[in-house]
Design a protein around this ligand. Structure first.
Ligand SMILES: Cc1cc2nc3c(=O)[nH]c(=O)nc-3n(C[C@H](O)[C@H](O)[C@H](O)COP(=O)(O)O)c2cc1C
Length: 160
């Protein structure tokens, strides 16, 4: 897929088909995470791909309370060292764009009960749980959401 198409077709998808995501596609997504930049090349993160149905059900029902997460065949939980949220966000965006390039859909999920996910996935206390992303074959085609104008977002040479 053209890069511009990856960017322009990405949407937050909250409805998924039951179709399995192949290991080949996931391997290319892992490569995109692996290629992400990080401060001092420290790579202060880990990405847990939850494929096991029972674990996914527990995360969706006990920690997220967002029904669409029951359907996605893969839930990815991004973890990082303390205060390394920038680094992990860059790698997660690599993941998301690589998934679109594979014909998959995703949704970033920031609202969930982190302590419950920590317990379900045995994540150590000194590690932050940054974000969760659902991954699968989308079963909806929402229109692009409106954005602020480019003029509102971009400034040249000074803030105001
Ligand atoms: C950091 C972050 C957290 C988000 N958390 C949630 C969430 O908990 N639940 C949800 O349904 N969508 C969540 N979203 C998706 C946003 O609502 C969505 O990206 C936004 O409305 C723009 O729509 P679009 O992604 O289709 O362009 C999150 C997105 C981001 C980037």
């Amino acid at each position: 897929m053209e890069f511009s198409e990856v960017i322009s077709t990405r949407r937050a998808i909250r409805k998924y088909k039951k179709d399995h995501v192949s290991e080949e596609k996931l391997a290319r997504i892992y490569e995109a995470i692996h290629a992400a930049p990080s401060g001092n090349n420290h790579q202060p993160y880990k990405f847990i791909f939850v494929k096991d149905a029972e674990q996914r059900l527990r995360i969706a029902s006990e920690a997220c309370h967002q029904e669409f997460l029951f359907e996605a065949p893969v839930l990815m939980v991004a973890c990082c060292e303390k205060n390394r949220a920038f680094d992990v966000a860059i790698a997660v965006d690599h993941l998301v764009l690589a998934a679109i390039n594979e014909g998959l859909s995703t949704c970033w999920v920031g609202w969930f009960e982190k302590d419950i996910v920590r317990e379900i996935l045995s994540i150590p206390e000194d590690i932050e749980i940054a974000i969760l992303v659902s991954i699968g074959y989308g079963d909806e085609n929402p229109p692009a959401k409106e954005r602020k104008s480019i003029d509102e977002l971009i400034r040249i040479d000074r803030y105001s």
